[in-house]
Design a protein around this ligand. Structure first.
Ligand code: CA
Ligand code: CA
Ligand code: CA
Length: 284
């Protein structure tokens, strides 16, 4: 091997060593500056800081009552959306009728009247139980939980008052009466569930409300709505009245100013002569 070739080999070895050392120093510096491995894992963080807070701050809590949302904090969200001004919670930046704090709660765009661009404003969708961040007639997935009586069931949105339809819906959970208020909205949300059924009846929810009569004033009912954008809106209701009545008692569907919940089941157990009704109010 000529002397020149040996020298070239030595140089390239040194160059490779310098290159790897520089890369190591660069990676180290990059890590120190970013303190973040997301460039390795491919994960990106949209807004640094209080990601995935489960509790909203006190000011927001006053407005949303018992509702909880898992999300970034309101302040970070407001900053990311360029919301400024004194009345930042109650202001309505895009004029769609939905105050900023409600846009935050539902994960909608506070600077856009119609987040999912389906022709219906964010406010119209929420007031009618539709998912404001999923186009068309998509509704959030809703689940009802009443720990005291062991209830944990999906809520099926009825598309009509047809009894046959409702019976088939009750195979998949509890049933939300057509055109009654959406959970969490102002008005009366009416939900029915089986207390008993024929032993050959299909489905896993044939006795879901069999212990409804054990509920007492002040007991908690939790209704969770899950939007397509991942927002889970948790509404807590406190039990008020409870009574047994005929199926067409107008008190069952009576409208309310505030957000209320009416649970209905056939009564006495094993019959469908009467209804056991439990009324609850959204906790503030
Ligand atoms: Ca708005
Ligand atoms: Ca909006
Ligand atoms: Ca819309």
């Amino acid at each position: 091997m000529s002397k020149i070739l040996v020298k070239i080999k030595q140089y390239s070895k040194r160059a490779a060593l310098i290159a790897s050392l520089s890369l190591a120093v660069f990676m180290g510096a990059f890590y120190l500056v970013n303190l973040d491995f997301s460039f390795l894992t491919g994960k990106t963080t949209q807004i640094t800081g209080s990601i995935q807070k489960t509790q909203t701050d006190d000011e927001l809590q006053k407005r949303i009552g018992s509702t909880e949302v898992g999300s970034i904090g309101f302040v970070d969200w407001a900053r990311a959306n360029n919301l400024t001004g004194a009345n930042i919670y109650d202001a309505d930046a895009d004029g769609d009728g939905l105050a900023n704090y409600l846009e935050y709660t539902h994960g909608t765009d506070p600077n856009n009247v119609d987040t999912d661009k389906d022709g219906f404003s964010d406010k119209q969708e929420i007031a009618n139980g539709y998912d404001p961040d999923a186009p068309g007639d998509s509704k959030p997935m809703v689940n009802i939980q009443i720990e005291k009586i062991g209830v944990e069931a999906p809520m099926v949105w009825s598309l009509s008052n047809d009894e046959k339809n409702m019976l088939s819906e009750l195979e998949n959970g509890v049933s939300h009466f057509f055109k009654t208020a959406a959970p969490g909205q102002n008005g009366n949300a009416v939900i029915s569930g089986h207390s008993s059924n024929y032993i050959w009846a299909k489905g896993n929810f044939n006795h879901i409300f069999k212990n409804l009569n054990d509920l007492e004033q002040g007991d908690t009912i939790i209704v969770r709505s899950m939007q397509k954008n991942g927002k889970i809106i948790v509404n807590r209701y406190a039990v008020g009245d409870k009574f047994v009545t005929v199926p067409d008692d107008e008190r069952i569907f009576a409208e309310t100013q505030n957000s209320s919940l009416t649970l209905s089941t056939c009564w006495p157990l094993g019959t469908n002569f009467k209804r056991l009704i439990v009324k609850a109010e959204l906790m503030k």
